[in-house]
Design a protein around this ligand. Structure first.
Ligand code: COA
Length: 329
């Protein structure tokens, strides 16, 4: 029996049209364009506007266009793994809603919450479904409507996050391409630095929690920053060592887009040249589970078959990790 690998055979993404610029934010909170650019690298973010529009609506666009681009019938998709912290509703799950909205009539799906590491967790899970031989067409989505959980009076968070969605198709291959390895990590100590207080089973929402705005994301930026740099640098080093690879063997590093200074610190600590690091945070901000597929989508034309690419992310929890892939097309 040949060794089956899970290859990424298509990628696509979608972002809403509406732009929230630093100048716009200057009118909303005590901040300024120069501070945001120099501290985060962000110039603007996209915001999903429109009554009733949710994370699944962005995924309908991203996944629908991916299938069209790849020329695959909707009925062929067997499974959707949806990484998100902004599900349309707590129940039912967003993957299920997406399957029905898009007409993926033979697919089932589930959501996966690992905050900003969601996409690399989901790729790792999808890889298992393909490698085991049980599934042949798995869609992995990373999408978040962060604007639905942001307090636009809190300058510590509203300057950072934006909305967007990206997706990849995983298919089996017996070539030595596709997902090669993955290291995922977690540590619940991070829950005091990046969190939403209410809306879960611990503190269900009440009139009081809504009045206190406890249903929005809060963060203590500095400890998150430090842990993110350390976590991503260490896990990428571990992944390289485990696979007997050096920095020179890697064609691209695709880091989670949380802060330009986090990205450059990770690259510097790994001695990874910035020209091989994807960065589009200036246009989209931190779109949580969507940042990595948004980068893959924008850099797709530059990837070559056989390129070693490392995806790395860090997020609430804390959760973090790195995935080694060999580009398949
Ligand atoms: N606009 C203007 N000034 C601001 C500001 C804003 N939006 N936010 C904070 N400041 C001020 C602070 O009040 C402080 O002023 P002081 O020196 O007079 O006290 C100063 O800027 C520095 O604040 P600090 O919080 O130390 O800034 P920082 O360099 O740590 O940058 C973040 C803040 C949030 C940009 C940074 O910590 C960060 O990116 N952290 C990681 C967050 C993240 O990635 N979260 C998602 C995880 S995946």
């Amino acid at each position: 029996m040949p060794n089956i690998n899970a290859a990424i055979t298509a990628v696509h993404a979608w972002v809403p049209e509406d732009i929230l610029s630093n100048k716009d934010l200057e009118k909303m909170v005590d901040t300024n364009d120069e501070w945001i650019r120099t501290r985060t690298g962000i110039e603007e973010r996209r915001i999903l506007k429109g009554e009733g529009l949710a994370t699944s609506d962005m995924a309908v666009e991203a996944v629908g266009q991916l299938l069209e681009k790849k020329g695959i019938a909707k009925e062929e998709i067997e499974l959707v793994i949806f990484a998100t912290v902004t599900p349309d509703t707590t129940m039912p799950d967003t993957a299920n809603t997406l399957c029905t909205k898009l007409g993926l009539t033979n697919a089932y799906g589930f959501d996966l919450n690992a905050a900003c590491s969601g996409f690399i967790y989901a790729i790792t899970v999808g890889n298992q479904f393909i490698k085991s031989g049980t599934h042949k067409k798995v869609i992995v989505v990373g999408g978040d409507k962060m604007s639905s959980i942001i307090d636009y009076e809190d300058r510590a968070t509203c300057i950072i996050f934006g909305d967007g969605c990206g997706a990849v198709l995983l298919e089996p291959t017996i070539e030595s391409v596709g997902v090669q390895d993955s290291i995922l990590k977690g540590d619940g100590v991070g829950r005091e630095f990046l969190y939403i207080t209410s809306g879960g089973s611990k503190v269900p929402n009440t009139v009081e929690t809504i009045k206190n705005k406890d249903n929005f994301v809060r963060q203590n930026g500095a400890p998150v920053f430090k842990a993110a740099v350390k976590g991503m640098s260490n896990v990428v080093s571990e992944l390289l060592e485990k696979n007997n690879l050096g920095i020179d063997d890697i064609s691209w590093l695709i880091p989670h887009q949380a802060n330009k200074r986090i990205i450059t610190s990770v690259a510097n600590s790994l001695k990874f040249p910035m020209e091989k690091v994807t960065m589009n945070i200036h246009k989209y901000g931190n779109t949580t589970a969507a940042t990595i597929p948004l980068c893959m989508w924008e850099w797709e034309d530059q990837f070559k078959k056989g390129d070693y690419i490392i995806l790395t992310a860090f997020g609430g929890g804390f959760t973090w990790g790195a995935v080694l892939i060999k580009w398949a097309y």
